[in-house]
Structures are given as structure tokens and as C-alpha cells.
Design a protein around this ligand. Structure first.
Ligand code: NAD
Ligand code: GDU
Length: 292
């Protein structure tokens, strides 16, 4: 495992896993000199709001870094790649649920950088024989035991709402109540992190030399911001005060996945699709990590 710890945590490295603290942009070539069967490429800057305020961090941190990784894979003949792409590559979709053949028109810099990387992967895979898979995650949530969301500056909805339930924040802000959705708040498709992990192993198995396949990963059901807050109220038993705030730049109104291709081609079968289960696992992690 390689991480520069820019947003990651050394104590989250599982026991028995070899860990190297390094920036992929500078270390990829030397790291891949040792022979590897494949690369799971998660490293990124991944905050939608920040990407609009500081695009330089995203074009360099995501695109330049990933090109260096692809060059190193080519240099050392690393055969397989699984890349963390995103629903944000689609932008505001014309059709719901989103299939992989829909137009990609990102509404934020983060999504634009991930789309640029996807294009580079297609070229490198077909020209240099790499077997590549991009997994376009929708909104990842939940937790796996002691592994959950732990960000220095939290921006994601579910962990923020759970911080309110723990008494660490007074209230949650709802970014816009005037979106073209049933209750006026944004709709997202939340996927449990353990289902996401399963998809990575399947993707690695199915990566085929010279091909780049793209798969959406979500549950096919959208929940509004208000519905998420209500589910958190039910799970935690806390009233969770909320207030409406202005829209956040770069947010699309609705993002819901069709993951039929992942089911058909990878045999992916998500098991924790219920939002209550996703929130419950996140809540258990949040309480345990705060000693509550
Ligand atoms: N969380 C989501 O809902 C979501 C949705 C779609 C896609 N993704 C993608 O999944 C991946 C993981 O996301 P996350 O939510 O766990 O974010 P995260 O910020 O917690 O994880 C990214 C990790 O990459 C490391 N990193 C960043 N730049 C690096 C570099 N140059 N060299 C080495 N390490 C570096 C960070 O220290 C961190 O540990 C990202 O690629 C993200 O874009 C996440
Ligand atoms: O305090 C908050 C935080 C978020 N939201 C709203 O809740 C929804 C979910 O927001 P998150 O920040 O939790 O997640 P995003 O949908 O912005 O982004 C996530 O999913 C994207 C793909 O859809 C990207 O891949 C990205 O990495 C990942 O963080 C959005 O409508 C957002 O506006 C609020 O109303 N209040």
C-alpha cells in the first residue's frame, strides 16, 4: 500500500500490509520496479467544492499524478489497473438511472480531472496492452468495522449529520432546497464501502489486456438530502437540527446509477443496499472512533 498521507492515516493501514509513505507522482516508477500483478489506484484529491476553488490542486494532484503512474506501469509492464473514477464524470445527466454510455459533461473540476484520467487510461490500455477497469463510484458511505470516513475537514453528508448526532456540531446545513427534485434537495445514490471493495476484486479478476472497461457502482436508488437526514434521525434517535443554506457550487441535482453492466459482466452483487444499514454501520464506526 502506498499513500502520501495527505488526507490518509497511517493507523488505518491493516496489520500485515506493507506500507510505503510516498507521493505517487514522484515515486511511481521506483515503486513499480518490483514486479506487481496489478495496481488499485485510489489516490486522489476528491472534494467537489475544493476543486472549484483550487483547480490547480486537482489538475496536478489527479491528472499529472495518474499520468506518472500510467507511465510507470508501461515502463515496468505492470499488467492490470483498477481506477477509482466517479459519478461526477457525468455531470447533470439527461436520463436516470445513469448508464456508462451516457454523455460525460462534468459540472465540477474534480469530475473533469477524473474524466481526463479515464481518457488517458483508454489510450494507454489499448496502445500498451494494459488491462484496465474504471469503477465510477456514486456516493460511498457506511463503514467496515474500524475502517470508516475520517477526514480532517469533513465535507460529506452522512459523516457530517452523524457528527451532529454525536454533539460535535450544532446542526447540518442543507445545500439548496430549490433543486428540481421532489423535496427540492439533491438526490444521490449511496453505496456501502464493503460492496465497493467486492467490486474491486472482481474488476481485478476481469481486467483484460488491451481493454479499458468502465462500470458504474451504485444501488440504483436515489435519496434526497432530507431523506438521508431523516434516516440518520431514525438510526441515531437524535433530532438532528437542519437549516437550509445556499447551493454548493458544482453540485448536480440528481445522480443515480445503473450498475447493470457491473452485475452482468463482473457478477457484482451488492449486499448492503439498504440506506438504514449503510447509516447504521457508519454510526457504529463514528461512535466507536469517538469512544461514545
Ligand atoms: N468517497 C466517495 O464517495 C467517492 C466517490 C467517487 C470516487 N471516489 C474516489 O475514491 C478514491 C478514494 O476516495 P476517498 O473518499 O477514500 O478519499 P481520501 O481522500 O480519503 O483518500 C485518498 C487517499 O489518497 C492519498 N493520496 C492523495 N494523493 C496522493 C499521492 N499523490 N500519492 C499518494 N497518495 C495520495 C490520500 O492521502 C488518501 O489516503 C478517490 O480516488 C476518490 O476520488 C470517492
Ligand atoms: O453539509 C452538507 C454536505 C453535503 N450536502 C449535500 O449532500 C449531497 C452529498 O454530498 P457529499 O459531499 O456527501 O457528496 P458528493 O455527492 O458531493 O460527492 C461524492 O460523490 C461524488 C460522485 O457523485 C464524488 O465522487 C465525490 O468524491 C464524493 O465525495 C450533495 O447534494 C451536497 O450538496 C449538504 O446538503 N450538506
Amino acid at each position: 500500500m502506498v499513500d502520501d498521507l495527505s488526507t490518509g492515516h497511517a493507523d488505518a493501514v491493516p496489520d500485515g500490509c506493507k506500507f510505503v509513505e510516498a507521493d505517487i507522482a514522484t515515486a511511481a516508477s521506483s515503486l513499480l520496479a518490483e514486479s506487481f500483478d496489478g495496481v488499485l489506484h485510489f489516490a486522489a484529491k476528491s472534494l467537489v467544492g475544493e476543486s472549484m476553488e483550487n483547480p490547480q490542486k486537482y489538475w496536478h494532484g489527479n491528472v499529472v499524478t495518474s499520468l506518472r503512474l500510467l507511465d510507470a506501469m508501461r515502463e515496468h509492464g505492470t499488467p492490470r489497473l483498477v481506477f477509482s473514477s466517479t459519478a461526477a464524470t457525468y455531470g447533470e445527466p439527461e436520463v436516470t438511472p445513469i448508464t456508462e454510455d451516457l454523455a460525460t459533461r462534468p459540472t465540477n473540476t474534480y469530475g473533469a480531472t477524473k474524466l481526463a484520467i479515464d481518457h488517458a487510461i483508454t489510450s494507454y490500455a489499448t496502445a500498451y496492452g494494459i488491462g484496465a477497469v474504471s469503477l465510477r463510484y456514486f456516493n460511498v458511505a457506511g463503514a467496515h468495522g474500524a475502517f470508516g470516513e475520517r477526514h480532517a475537514v469533513e465535507t460529506h453528508l452522512i459523516p457530517i449529520v452523524l457528527q451532529v448526532a454525536l454533539g460535535q456540531r450544532a446542526k447540518v446545513q442543507i445545500f439548496g432546497e430549490d433543486w428540481p427534485t421532489a423535496d427540492g434537495t439533491c438526490i444521490r445514490d449511496y453505496i456501502h464501502v464493503t460492496d465497493l471493495a467486492d467490486a474491486h476484486l472482481l474488476a481485478l479478476e476481469h481486467a483484460t489486456a488491451g481493454q479499458h472497461r468502465i462500470y458504474n457502482l451504485g444501488n440504483g436508488t436515489g435519496f434526497s438530502v432530507k431523506q438521508v437526514i431523516d434516516t440518520c434521525r431514525e438510526v441515531t434517535g437524535h433530532p438532528i437540527p437542519a437549516e437550509v443554506a445556499p447551493r454548493r457550487a458544482g453540485d448536480p441535482a440528481t445522480l443515480v446509477a445503473s450498475s447493470q453492466r457491473a452485475r452482468d459482466e463482473l457478477g457484482w452483487r451488492p449486499e448492503r443496499t439498504d440506506l438504514t444499514v449503510i447509516v447504521r454501520d457508519a454510526w457504529e464506526f463514528t461512535r466507536a472512533s469517538q469512544g461514545a
